[in-house]
Design a protein around this ligand. Structure first.
Ligand code: ZN
Length: 588
């Protein structure tokens, strides 16, 4: 019979087994603890990172781009706030529902949206733009349904705005592509900031972890006067052409208008249809004709021919030649006045813009002398204005022709070619700004200034730089020569004795102006008079002048492409603009 369940021997055996079990459990527990520790210590950093990233978002704080202002600090370009639609790739749950919803509201084709959603930039936690500049209606509709679609959000952004619409569009240009927006991007753009925020599971802001504030860009203050610029643009409406006004005392650009123009807002708002149409437009509205257009100067070049003739002492202001209306040199070269100007001196020849007189001057100086003076006066060179893609005109030389042409007979420079160069035709081309700079130098006594658009730069209202007059060189003329040229330009407008000059249409009552007309032929040597000729073959109309004659404070170049005669088309526009300037802006 058993008195107990356990025999003494068995008891000790059980205790041993328990010990073993305990030991095993301890070992297992130890391994478990070790493992947990491993996860905690070794893998912890990794898991912490994952869980943190899940709730971390980087939000860009877009810097305010610097403004562009006129000389009186009126805004030409500033910024406006707008609302943009984004998605966070990580949070987005792509579904037909969300695609149908968005495409119906922002009128995006659904496959376009699907493509958008596939676009992944850098981090899956960083917002990707779906649509810029939402309308109020779109914003309301999306916000109402926002809770249904995690990962979709609306954020405030900044966009360029143009309180003066198209004003000075070629000067300001558009971001990353042209004008001052391109050339001064470094200053204008500022520094973007960034915010690191923590969000909850639904993507809502929990707290801001880190923040680097954005730094606004620099404001650019131009020398341009908005009201003069407006007036010039109004005068160019429905025409192709250029008006430039400079202050001859320092090279400040008071006005630079090029027509046709465009609305820079279509680039800011990324209106691709309108942009395509602009690029295709045969009238080249994107071209800044003031610095990129190259034209034959026609008679506005005669100041250089006269200057070279006087300076090299081939004659003086009393030297006469006879114009019978034509001149023979291998073939017949004509004066614009068919029945001729008769026997005239230099002042008369300039006042009436006689071509035969200047053919004769060209033959005296020769092409080498003429082109040397043209280059010395700043033609055929960039002026150095603060705009990208400035072009330079072309001054032909004997050696250029020798190298440029292949056929032997074409390599030679002919006297007839010197004659047409002397009246600003032939191979010679100029940009309107080169001509403006030349006439500014004539007006100010020979100093060639770099034309400059920028007056100063400011950051948050504090001036950080001021642009001063930048003297680039001097006209290659002595004072005596310059005085004769200036006097001759005075007679172009005010008349020679009792007789009107070709610039009579520029004559004003209150202010005495001086200047030169030009009617530059587009094709061939023959002058067209027939009104029936197609527009593209019609002459370019020039007028370059300055006022007041005694102490010039403004130089203006007017060029109307295919406008016809400088005397009838360009000179009246000069007059209208100058009357406006002296009545409304700089009262005398
Ligand atoms: Zn003549």
């Amino acid at each position: 019979m058993r008195s107990s369940y356990f025999e003494p021997g068995e008891k000790s055996c059980l205790a041993d087994r328990l010990k073993i079990l305990l030991a095993i459990i301890s070992v297992l527990f130890f391994i478990l603890v070790l493992n947990l520790g491993f996860i905690q210590i070794i893998r912890g950093a990794y898991y912490r990172k994952v869980s943190r990233e899940n709730s971390l978002r980087l939000v860009r704080d877009e810097a305010h781009r610097g403004r562009i202002l006129d000389r009186h600090k009126n805004s030409i370009v500033e910024n406006k706030a707008l609302l943009n639609l984004f998605f966070i790739p990580h949070d987005l749950v792509e579904s037909n529902e969300i695609i149908d919803f968005l495409s119906s509201i922002i009128s995006f084709p659904s496959d376009e949206l699907r493509k958008q959603f596939k676009k992944r930039g850098g981090s899956p936690f960083e917002g990707v733009l779906i649509k810029k500049s939402l309308s109020v209606e779109e914003t309301v509709k999306i916000s109402e349904q926002n809770f249904r679609f995690p990962g979709i959000y609306i954020k405030e952004g900044i966009c360029r705005s143009y309180p003066e619409k198209r004003l000075a569009s070629h000067v300001v240009g558009y971001v990353d592509h042209s004008g001052l927006e391109l050339e001064y991007n470094q200053y204008l753009k500022g520094i973007n900031g960034v915010k690191e925020i923590e969000v909850d599971a639904k993507g809502n802001l929990h707290r801001i972890l880190r923040e680097r504030k954005s730094k606004p860009g620099v404001d650019i203050i131009l020398n341009i006067d908005i009201s003069l610029q407006k007036k010039a643009e109004e005068l160019l409406r429905n025409k192709s052409g250029v008006i430039i006004c400079l202050d001859p005392r320092n090279g400040e650009v008071l006005t630079m208008a090029s027509s046709p123009d465009y609305a820079p807002s279509i680039f800011a708002e990324k209106k691709s249809k309108e942009i395509k149409a602009l690029i295709k437009n045969r009238g080249s509205p994107l071209l800044n004709r003031a610095v990129q257009g190259r034209y034959p100067p026609g008679s506005v070049f005669k100041v250089i021919t006269a200057g070279a003739f006087l300076e090299e002492k081939f004659g003086n202001q009393n030297t006469t030649f006879t114009c019978s209306g034509t001149m023979e040199m291998g073939r017949t070269f004509s004066c614009w006045k068919k029945d001729g100007h008769g026997r005239i001196n230099l002042l008369e020849a300039m006042a009436y813009s006689c071509d035969v007189y200047f053919y004769n001057l060209g033959l005296k100086t020769g092409i080498d002398c003429l082109s040397r003076y043209a280059l010395g006066c700043g033609l055929g060179k960039k002026t150095g204005i603060e705009l990208p893609y400035e072009k330079k005109g072309f001054v032909p030389t004997r050696s250029w022709k020798k190298n440029f042409f292949r056929i032997f007979s074409q390599k030679r420079w002919y006297p007839g070619e010197t004659m047409v160069t002397a009246i600003g035709q032939g191979y010679l081309t100029v940009t309107p700004l080169e001509v403006a700079s030349l006439y500014a130098a004539i007006a100010n006594g020979g100093r060639i200034y770099k034309p400059h658009l920028i007056r100063a730069m400011e950051r948050e209202g504090r001036e950080i730089s001021i642009s001063e007059a930048d003297l680039r060189g001097r006209l290659p003329f002595k004072q005596k020569t310059l005085n004769i040229i200036k006097k001759s330009l005075y007679e172009v407008v005010q008349g020679h004795g009792e007789k009107d000059g070709t610039g009579a249409e520029a004559k004003m009552d209150r202010v005495k102006a001086a200047g030169k007309t030009g009617t530059a032929q587009v094709v061939g040597i023959k002058r067209f008079e027939d009104k029936e000729i197609p527009l593209r073959f019609r002459d370019h109309a020039w007028f370059c002048g300055f006022a007041p004659y005694e102490a010039p404070r403004i130089v203006t170049v007017v060029l109307i492409e295919h406008g016809g005669s400088g005397a009838n088309v360009a000179a009246p526009l000069f007059k209208e603009l100058m009357e406006f300037y002296f009545d409304k802006i700089k009262k005398l």
